[in-house]
Design a protein around this ligand. Structure first.
Ligand SMILES: [Zn+2]
Length: 334
């Protein structure tokens, strides 16, 4: 089994998300004690690297101030005065959750892998009530939902099914050798690791505006990566939170539950928002990218649909179309 075969097969099973881009400069910071692991799943994700984490922290993070908190699993960065990126660089997904603090309450956009206790971090950042809203309900975005009292979610069957929780075998792959370089948190038990059930207190719909006090977040349904993928637009501050619909890495249209056609429509829609935002806030690897990537995203899907995208590689029966800064994996077409 090739490196990529193993990787993609696992993603079919997990229904999970993102991956590193390969253009980073290795800094070595923060990983001095990491051992070189002879793993077959994630080796060779960057040139001349012994392990994928050798490139961490990714250079883009240097634009933001790291917040010193009492927690060993999460790295927290201040994106602006009221937005914190809660990053999990210790695990291969490099998933990022975002705490957005309003005058009245806070909203956390995703809750991570569920390996560390994200509530511990959030409680150090705000004393306000916190509402959970997921960018979508893949396992690496809902792991800490159960730690919070108030959860908003879509009314889709897909979301409801994920809210019921999943047994350990559904998420065990996240812990496999080579996927984690940080020590697991104190008290964490791999045997008990599962996707825990959570209760949706309020359903959200396209166009809903969530006023957290001093900031309004509008929901944009963007199915494709997952059936319940959403983005949030903060029109006043010209920010778009993309979830997994865009990040600087391979975009997945090929997972169980994914839809290329839906994704293409969502990409076109996000491209139409490019001139209404300055930045996009993304949920894996790198926290903030320029709004121009939304235009590029729309063009990428349009080019794939029309047959004009010619730069692709094939593995495991899927095509990976390469664009500047990201790629798109499409099922089949081999
Ligand atoms: Zn995902």
């Amino acid at each position: 089994m090739s490196i990529r075969t193993g990787f993609l097969l696992l993603y079919f099973i997990l229904g999970a998300c993102a991956k590193p881009n390969e253009s980073d400069q290795a800094t070595g910071a923060g990983v001095a004690d990491a051992e070189v692991v002879d793993n077959t799943q994630v080796q060779n994700r960057g040139a001349d690297k012994d392990n994928w984490w050798d490139s961490l922290p990714r250079p883009e993070w240097s634009a933001y101030t790291k917040v010193d908190l009492d927690d060993d699993w999460f790295d927290v960065y201040r994106i602006d005065d009221e937005i914190y990126a809660i990053y999990e660089p210790g695990q291969f997904e490099e998933v990022i959750s975002f705490l957005i603090i309003g005058n009245d309450f806070a909203l956390i956009f995703d809750t991570g892998l569920g390996i560390g206790n994200i509530r511990n971090v959030v409680d150090q950042l705000t004393s306000l009530d916190v509402v959970v809203l997921n960018s979508h309900t893949h396992y690496d975005h809902i792991g800490g939902n159960h730690l919070f009292d108030t959860i908003y979610g879509t009314s889709l069957d897909y979301t409801r099914q994920r809210s019921l929780g999943s047994p350990p075998d559904a998420v065990a792959g996240f812990l496999q050798e080579g996927w984690i370089w940080k020590p697991l948190p104190d008290g964490f038990s791999a045997d008990d690791y599962q996707s825990r059930a959570f209760e949706i207190d309020k359903t959200v719909s396209e166009g809903d505006q969530i006023d957290i006090g001093g900031r309004t977040l509008e929901i944009i349904f963007t199915p494709g990566h997952a059936p319940d993928s959403i983005c949030l637009i903060d029109r006043e501050n010209r920010l778009l939170f993309t979830g997994d619909t865009f990040y600087l890495a391979p975009l997945y249209t090929h997972l169980a539950g994914s839809s290329f056609d839906d994704y293409a429509n969502s990409a076109e829609r996000l491209a139409g928002l490019a001139d209404q935002i300055d930045k996009a806030v993304t949920s894996h690897n790198v926290p903030v990218v320029d709004a121009s990537y939304m235009t590029a995203l729309g063009q990428a899907f349009a080019d794939i649909k029309s047959g004009n995208a010619s730069d692709f590689t094939i593995s495991d029966g899927n095509r990976e179309y390469h664009f500047d800064g990201f790629s798109v994996i499409v099922k089949g077409q081999d």
